[in-house]
Design a protein around this ligand. Structure first.
Ligand SMILES: Cc1cc2nc3c(=O)[nH]c(=O)nc-3n(C[C@H](O)[C@H](O)[C@H](O)COP(=O)(O)OP(=O)(O)OC[C@H]3O[C@@H](n4cnc5c(N)ncnc54)[C@H](O)[C@@H]3O)c2cc1C
Length: 453
């Protein structure tokens, strides 16, 4: 029996994807790095259908890869035969629960739709990424996404109250609870958050909402060194009384790549730039003055909405501008903030020693210690940089590990960084991770060959 016959006996006709354009888009990853091959692409419309699919896949040992918005950058939703499971029809948004400040949504909702639903109810959902127009809530949970507001609100893990998950054997775990506290046993949702589709299919989630922030002050600062950037962060943290929301680092190279791509004149010219934002309150209104008193003279405050938007466009366009420019070797890392300056100096020295003409594009969420550390070699217009990828990765990741950092801060592991996980985790941790995987997915059908080294 063909897979088509097998699934069509249990699913409605529109749950089997036949649109070639849609299939092609799902089979090529965002960076156009991995070309997948699926035996069938399914797009179920109900949790019951997902359960049916998983039961069939279990019975026939068919691999299943869940896919959301396909914006992940480490090949997490790639597939080599089996069922590619698109969650795009899980796009229902329930009314906001204002008393418990939460919202229950299908895992296929786009992130920006959830932000908008919260806004319409006079509340705020703080997860914010440059890919928010295309990534899905299920993908955000599976990758434990971060973004620009982690400093104040935490990662996706901190924003999930409850989950509905279909396990590899088709069983359903449904805990779409608005409870903010529950210590009755292990909090199992945390197993699935950040598990990159390897333990089950997330079908719905209950998410925390917050009061909307007051008006923002947006600051652009020039700094001569990473130490100065961290000093600025410390002063803002101390004097903003918890209202600092974002603190983004942009190197000169990153700024120029984005500015040229957008045909926008960069606001200033320095080695390092900080773009940060805090909520306007009586206390925080004095922050610009406090910064001047601490010797920060090269600061600009956005004077209107369009200036603020232009600065954020420069920041958020960096990834897309790099992609349009050509091939770079990318790293999504985090290092304790106290070790960042030393890490940046040492890593740059080691890269330059091995590749004297390498261009380092550094930017990211300095406020929580996570950075995008990307390397362009001179022939970036073609793919030859990939032949040096292992060597470059070794240099960057060794420096990350020497500084007690992580090789995967917010994009996950996928296939790209799988082999480095073993260097990051103790043998006891690896054994426990594999035991969890083995218990939930003994047939190894859920997103196989990802994450676990
Ligand atoms: C321009 C750009 C900027 C970005 N900026 C950031 C950023 O600032 N912070 C950040 O954290 N990330 C960022 N990302 C990466 C990416 O957008 C996030 O990782 C996002 O959370 C992935 O969501 P997705 O729906 O696209 O997931 P996909 O790419 O489709 O999948 C990602 C992983 O989740 C699994 N998965 C997807 N849906 C489900 C489900 N319903 N159930 C179980 N498993 C599932 C997949 O199998 C895969 O392993 C950026 C990406 C781009 C292109």
């Amino acid at each position: 029996m063909s897979l088509f016959d097998l699934f069509s006996a249990h699913l409605s006709a529109d749950e089997i994807v036949r649109d070639d354009d849609k299939i092609s888009a799902l089979l090529l990853d965002r960076r156009e790095r991995y070309q997948s091959r699926a035996d069938i692409v399914l797009s179920p419309i109900s949790t019951q259908s997902v359960q049916n699919i998983m039961r069939i896949c279990s019975a026939h040992k068919i691999p299943v890869v869940p896919i959301g918005g396909n914006t992940g950058l480490c090949g997490g939703a790639t597939i080599d035969g089996g069922v590619l499971l698109s969650l795009d029809k899980f796009n229902q948004i329930n009314p906001v629960n204002t008393a418990d400040r939460c919202i229950t949504v299908g895992s296929g909702c786009l992130l920006y739709q959830v932000q908008q639903a919260a806004k319409d109810a006079g509340l705020f959902f703080p997860l914010s990424l440059a890919s928010e127009g295309s990534c899905q809530i299920g993908g955000n949970i599976a990758a434990n996404a971060g973004g620009i507001n982690v400093l104040r609100y935490g990662t996706m893990r901190d924003l999930v109250l409850g989950l509905e998950v279909v396990l590899p054997n088709g069983e359903l775990i449904s805990q779409l609870s608005p409870l903010h506290k529950n210590t009755a046993g292990l909090d199992l949702k945390h197993l699935f958050i950040g598990s990159e589709g390897t333990l089950g299919v997330i079908t719905a989630a209950t998410l925390k909402l917050f009061p909307p922030p007051q008006e923002m002050t947006t600051l652009w600062a020039d700094c001569v060194s990473i130490e100065e950037c961290i000093n600025l962060l410390n002063i803002l943290q101390k004097h903003s009384l918890g209202t600092l929301k974002s603190f983004e680092l942009i190197s000169h190279t990153a700024l120029m790549i984005s500015a040229q791509d957008l045909h926008i004149k960069p606001p200033t010219n320095a080695k390092w730039h900080i773009l940060c934002e805090w909520e306007q309150t009586h206390a925080s209104d004095r922050l610009p003055e406090t910064l001047l008193q601490h010797g920060f003279e090269h600061i600009l405050i956005a004077q209107n909405v369009s200036q603020r938007q232009q600065w954020w466009r420069l920041r958020e366009n960096i990834s897309a501008a790099q992609k349009r420019r050509g091939v770079s070797i990318k790293h999504d890392i985090a290092v304790p903030i106290c070790a960042l300056a030393d890490f940046v100096a040492r890593c740059e020295k080691n890269i330059q020693a091995a590749f004297s003409n390498a261009e380092i594009v550094l930017f990211g969420h300095l406020g929580d210690g996570s950075l995008h550390y990307n390397i362009f070699l001179p022939d970036y217009a073609n793919n030859t940089a990939y032949q040096f990828e292992n060597q470059i990765n070794s240099i960057v990741y060794q420096a990350v590990l020497q500084h007690s950092g992580t090789i995967a801060a917010e994009h996950g592991v996928g296939v790209l960084k799988k082999h480095w996980v073993a260097k990051m985790r103790s043998s006891a941790e690896l054994a426990l991770m594999k035991a969890v995987k083995q218990h939930l997915d003994p047939l190894n059908i859920m997103n196989p060959n990802k994450v676990y080294p």
